[in-house]
Write a protein that binds this ligand. Structure first.
Ligand SMILES: [Zn+2]
Length: 278
């Protein structure tokens, strides 16, 4: 069996904005990498003025599928599974009530499909979401609800018996938007007389607040590949926007890491240091 990492994301572009460089790194090290994307992102706005054309608007779902394929291939994913649910839209919008919306699919139905994927791929690491209080998109909260359930249910031989034999990953992580990264990069931008894209965030953060324990994966050599993947999402990412405000060489010099929070682990899983898996 290949060593495998499986990531679970809500929309096309989430795989590129959260932990893409890390997956690229493990892919280069010979890991099999599998992306599961819950929705087609069809309720998203077009956030890049240059991509806002009638042709794109005519079938945004198809455009976003193509963007996802391109981004996943840049990152090095071996397989992309689209679960096919409809984007549930931002909180409080009419999209929330659409019968095909991801949030309206019965949790057990989604869980069974995910359990079948995990039992067939047998990943050592699963990456899902934490509770994302800073970005309460209903689909992201749903991925959060599913992440720990999936880790546990896939390993329980009494659950979903027709969906393969039980498998427990070593660890379940969530990509973390760490305070130490924001602080380090903001300070580095200020030192260079540049404007930080985190300006307003920094003001709202309690100076005494600290991160939970995190696993920081060194991704200096993969910064640009992660950014190329993000740029492949042309309808969502404005190349002149805040995502790219911090020069890549500043990231490499000041904070060449992606941070992950451990959400669950198998009893006796070996220590990993700064890796996701030993
Ligand atoms: Zn998303």
């Amino acid at each position: 069996m290949p060593r495998t990492i499986l990531t679970l994301h809500a929309h096309p572009d989430d795989e590129s904005s959260k932990g893409a460089a890390t997956i690229a790194r493990y892919s280069d090290r010979g890991f099999r990498t599998v992306l599961v994307t819950a929705t087609g992102g069809e309720a998203g706005d077009i956030l890049n003025p240059a991509a806002d054309t009638p042709e794109v608007r005519a079938d945004l779902a198809a455009v976003r599928r193509a963007e996802l394929r391109e981004a996943a291939s840049i990152i090095g994913y071996d397989d992309v599974v689209m679960l096919g649910y409809r984007d549930s839209g931002m909180p409080g919008t009419a999209e929330n009530a659409h019968p095909d919306a991801f949030v309206n699919a019965p949790l057990d139905e989604v869980l069974e499909r995910l359990v079948a994927i995990v039992r067939s791929e047998r990943p050592e690491v699963i990456i899902g979401y934490d509770d994302h209080e800073w970005y309460p998109h209903p689909d992201h909260l749903r991925v959060h609800d599913l992440s720990e359930e999936l880790f546990i249910a896939a390993a329980d031989p009494d659950r979903f018996q027709g969906s393969g034999s039980a498998w427990m990953a070593q660890r379940l992580y969530a990509p973390a938007f760490s305070l130490r990264r924001i602080r380090a990069l903001s300070a580095a931008m200020a030192d260079r007389g540049l404007e930080s894209p985190f300006g307003r965030w920094i003001e709202r953060i309690d100076p005494a607040a600290d991160d939970p324990p995190l696993t920081s994966v060194e991704i200096g050599a993969y910064v640009e590949r992660g950014r190329d993947a993000l740029r492949a999402h042309r309808t969502q990412i404005d190349p002149a926007g805040p995502w790219f405000q911090i020069p890549s060489d500043v990231i490499r010099e000041v904070y060449p890491y992606e941070d992950f929070e451990l959400m669950a682990e198998r009893d006796g899983a070996p220590e990993t240091g700064s890796e996701l898996v030993a």
